[in-house]
Design a protein around this ligand. Structure first.
Ligand SMILES: [Zn+2]
Length: 412
């Protein structure tokens, strides 16, 4: 079986898909279920049908393109990613996994390969949280990580419910029906740009992901007491922002001293009320994002943060409310698929390293219902989610080639 990826066609399709954008090139903005996104979806479905795949769409708009194997009842081998893009993003995040997956299937078809297990390309709905405030919407529903009832409560910033928006976009059916039975997929492999600098720095073309880190998010509200910046003397103050400052440093310190390089914690939002130059901050709202590849270690960090909240509240006589917004579990990739990916790399004499996915992906949720693994290719300077995101054609093709080889082995 001689596999070859049609580099010109793959690149031209990546460039064509990037034209479906609400931002001016080179930026790509493609928010789920906007008219632009719907055009991109229709274009993708047409490409899949052109490749002879059977295309279906579920109630939340996940798109499945199936290449039926010689044993149609056998569990399916899946690959895919997303095509939605945050405002002012680039053209490779997600897209490399979708078009790379399609080209892997085309390469297999052209080589004369005939799979025993069906091979399916999956295009997940709304990997990015832009519209509904929750990332990986499609894969959360597919895996049961998000219930249909919880999904129905989601609204966009215009107050439109997910049901209204998806039905308006032509996604019929009930959200309950989206969940896939575990066992549906024999394996799921996602090709993606690294979104970090390690592969490029080490001049290694491929990374095989062994673990996917997962975030926990907290919303912290600190209530102190406000007052006139001149009138209230220092001993009488309960400044909410000073308490927040102490807490932010405690969070940083907890992650730094947690004992593992994979532990990270970030306070990304700090809203100060009333936000006037001559007024003591009475209230502060913080967002906290804590990630790790190890659930227990992340839980220890979260407990330490809770203890810090308590002691700072007592010391500064403020009230600190701590709301857990979500805490997805990290995932381990399946050793058998990691081994298959490694063998595929060796077969094509491509060097690779094991990696941790620091960002989360749809594969994090697919791991709940299927053995998963991910394959990373380098991206320039590690840039992603910005217009100058770039992966070179050779790297994209190497990724698609190794993916094709891997899908072949898994579907035999
Ligand atoms: Zn992505």
């Amino acid at each position: 079986m001689a596999l070859s990826i049609d580099q010109d066609r793959l690149l031209s399709e990546i460039n064509t898909l990037a034209l479906f954008s609400d931002a001016e090139a080179p930026a790509v903005t493609r928010i789920v279920f906007t008219p632009t996104d719907l055009k991109a979806r229709a274009w993708m479905k047409a490409r899949c049908e052109e490749a002879g795949l059977t295309v279906r769409q579920d109630a939340v708009g996940n798109i499945f393109a199936l290449w039926t194997g010689s044993d149609p009842a056998a569990p399916v081998v899946g690959t895919g990613s997303h095509i939605d893009a945050i405002p002012n993003a680039g053209k490779y995040d997600g897209v490399v996994g979708v078009l790379g997956g399609l080209h892997a299937i085309r390469a297999l078809q052209q080589s004369g390969f005939r799979p025993k297990h069906s091979i399916e390309l999956l295009i997940f709905t709304s990997e990015e949280p832009t519209r509904f405030g929750i990332g990986c919407l499609g894969s959360r529903l597919l895996s049961g990580a998000l219930s249909a009832d919880a999904a129905r409560k989601l609204t966009d910033s215009d107050g439109a419910t997910l049901d209204e928006v998806r039905q308006g976009a032509g996604c019929a059916g009930e959200l309950q029906a989206v969940k896939l039975p575990s066992g549906y997929y024999k394996a799921f492999v996602e090709l993606h740009i690294e979104q970090g600098p390690l592969l490029e720095r080490q001049e290694i073309p491929l990374g095989i992901v062994t673990k996917i880190a997962a975030p926990a998010s907290l919303r912290v509200l600190i209530e102190g007491s406000g007052g006139h910046a001149g009138g209230v003397l220092m001993p009488d103050r309960h400044d909410a922002l000073c308490a927040a400052a102490e807490l932010i440093l405690a969070i940083e310190n907890t992650a730094r001293t947690g004992g593992a390089i994979d532990t990270v914690a970030t306070v990304g939002i700090c809203e100060v009320f009333p936000g006037a130059v001559n007024s003591i901050p009475s209230r502060v709202r913080l967002s906290v994002d804590i990630r790790d590849t190890d659930l227990h270690r992340r839980d220890v960090v979260m407990q330490t943060i809770e203890t810090a909240c308590h002691s700072i509240a007592v010391k500064r006589q403020v009230v600190i409310h701590n709301d857990l917004l979500n805490a997805d579990a990290p995932a381990d990739c399946a050793p058998a698929i990691i081994e298959t990916l490694s063998q595929s790399c060796r077969k094509h004499e491509l060097s690779f390293i094991p990696m941790v996915s620091r960002a989360y992906h749809d594969s994090l949720f697919m791991a709940r219902i299927a053995p998963v693994a991910m394959l990373f290719i380098p991206c320039r300077n590690g840039y992603s989610h910005r217009p100058d995101e770039y992966a070179c054609p050779e790297d994209i093709c190497r990724g698609a080639l190794v993916l094709a080889e891997t899908l072949a082995t898994l579907s035999k």
